[in-house]
Design a protein around this ligand. Sequence first.
Ligand code: SF4
Ligand code: SF4
Length: 145
Amino acid sequence: MKIRAHHLLCLQGFRGLGYSPEFIKKMEEMKRKMEVEGNFSIEVVDECDDICKVCPYQLDGVCQKGKKSAKRTRAVDRRVLKILGLKKGRKIPSQTLLSGIKEKLNFSLLIKICGECGWREVCTYYLKLRESWRKEMQLKRGEVA
Ligand code: SF4
Ligand code: SF4
């Protein structure tokens, strides 16, 4: 399985919405695999992956969602690779990736990674980290007992 780095995070927050029925089916399939199939190898990349392959915005192996999407998405992938301490093209056990995400990602980093992503208000991963961050801030300000 080949996954571009930022899609590892999008998969965490996927809840059945997407760009086309094929795209949704692929996301469902990959999310299920990550959740139930134990440990398997994932090639982490900074280019079009198995999800992009069925995305209506992918053309000739390049993300063409917007004028700058190819460059922007690659930069986002590289940021995620750096945070996780990975090199592109490496094959990593899925459980190692999931543990790394849990350990190293936080909402401050996620804001920078996700930028203006249009799925933020429906992405359960984004919402979960934002909620934790809000609670943490309230605690720091002494607003919650
Ligand atoms: S907010 Fe968007 S970019 Fe960020 S993890 Fe969710 S779907 Fe992916
Ligand atoms: S082609 Fe672009 S919009 Fe489509 S899944 Fe890949 S990165 Fe996302």
